[in-house]
Design a protein around this ligand. Structure first.
Ligand SMILES: [Zn+2]
Length: 391
């Protein structure tokens, strides 16, 4: 079964059209002359590439003082409500769903508890979420064609398989196919795309967030897992085998603790939320400690707990430096729910990064960015927007 429709609906069918569309998507309104200047395309190429996008209703020409509609000086803008997109992020205990417009503005957000992590239960849950989101407006029902679904772990977007998801305990689940089968009954015919959650947020960040204007950047998420999306030369690095940017599994503590991935000394085995809690429980001899209590105790000055965070900071700093030394990004955006405890390991992260980054790699800017949970679902919707580019 092919999880993705081969309908040819995607309006962006040439590299020039993709360049024009992306420029207007991220920088519009913008005149054809400016599109040409910013992209290096000729004015004639911009005009030719934009025509079908205007005819399909994705771009509009605004009236211009310098000339009538159709003149090169008339700015092009996006018709954001031309199409709507659904994004669903699957976590280990809930689903977060959003409806967005073409510009990735969130229009509706819904949270659903997951009764179980079993594949059937999650597929049913996502299907119900999709139905509920579409029921919010007649326009969503009529003008939504693509759903993006994201999950942490090793996800093969092309085949729609979740190859390994540590938090759901899944291996080799054909998620896109199962969802398409469940959702596309009757009149519904939605294109389902699944991808890794951090890669998806990186797409949203590149188009609409702190990544705009950066030729290369890394988005690192701290929390239950430690992930990293990479943009190099303007493109999201996907990895030949679907895996890239796994900063959480860079070995930074030699023969250190065993990681759930099977390796030892990974950043994630020392600095993920679970790892921090486990080390704090061992250090204090209190088996019932929660992350909130660990954070509170460390802020109150508990030396053993502070050492756990300091070690996590060193592990994260080493991971960031290894990545910066290899890739040399302009900026690193640090985000995720782990940012709540950032004050407890910020110094160690920065100091270790500065020490371990090679030469000018240390000049890369570290930006902290809070990541509300619905942003994960917005990322999922952004990969649905991406399908406009793939025919
Ligand atoms: Zn690992």
């Amino acid at each position: 079964m092919t999880p993705r429709r081969q309908s040819g609906r995607a309006p962006v069918t040439s590299p020039a059209a993709a360049t024009v569309f992306t420029t207007v998507l991220t920088q519009g309104p913008v005149s054809r002359v400016d599109v040409a200047r910013r992209t290096g395309l000729s004015s004639a190429a911009v005009t030719k590439a934009s025509r079908p996008l205007i005819e399909a209703g994705y771009l509009v020409e605004m009236d211009s003082a310098q000339g009538g509609v159709g003149r090169p000086a008339s700015p092009l803008d996006l018709r954001a409500d031309r199409e709507f997109f659904l994004g669903v992020k699957i976590t280990d205990r809930e689903l977060i769903g959003v409806v967005t417009d073409l510009r990735s503005q969130i229009l509706v957000t819904k949270f659903h508890q997951l009764p179980s992590r079993k594949v059937d239960a999650v597929v049913d849950g996502v299907s119900e979420m999709v139905t509920e989101l579409l029921a919010e407006s007649k326009a969503y029902k009529q003008r939504t064609h693509c759903v993006g679904v994201t999950v942490a772990g090793d996800v093969d977007r092309e085949s729609g398989f979740v190859r390994y998801s540590p938090f759901l305990h899944w291996r080799d689940v054909p998620l896109a196919g199962l969802l398409a089968e469940k959702i596309n009954t009757g009149k519904t015919d939605l294109e389902i795309t699944v991808d890794n959650d951090v890669k998806a947020i990186t797409v949203a960040e590149r188009w609409f967030g702190n990544g705009v204007g950066a030729d290369s950047f890394a988005l690192v998420t701290l929390g239950t897992g430690i992930g990293c999306g990479l943009v190099v030369n303007g493109g999201v690095v996907t990895g030949s085998h679907g895996v890239a940017g796994e900063i959480g599994h860079i070995p930074v503590f030699g023969d250190g603790p065993l990681c759930h991935c099977g390796a030892t000394g990974c950043v994630e085995a020392i600095a993920s939320t679970d790892a921090i809690v486990a080390q704090a429980r061992t250090a204090t001899g209190e088996p019932g400690l929660t992350m909130e209590e660990v954070i509170t105790g460390a802020r109150l000055g508990d030396a053993a707990l502070r050492r756990v965070f300091a070690r996590a900071g060193v592990a994260i700093g080493r991971g960031l430096a290894a990545m910066a030394n290899l890739v040399g990004p302009e900026r690193i955006i640090v985000s995720g729910e782990g940012l709540d405890a950032y004050d407890l390991f910020a110094d160690e992260i920065r100091e270790t990064f500065a020490t371990q980054a090679f030469g000018a790699a240390a000049h890369c800017e570290l930006i902290l960015r809070p990541l509300p949970f619905e942003e994960w679902a917005r990322g999922a919707a952004a990969i649905a927007v991406q399908t406009l580019f793939i025919s």
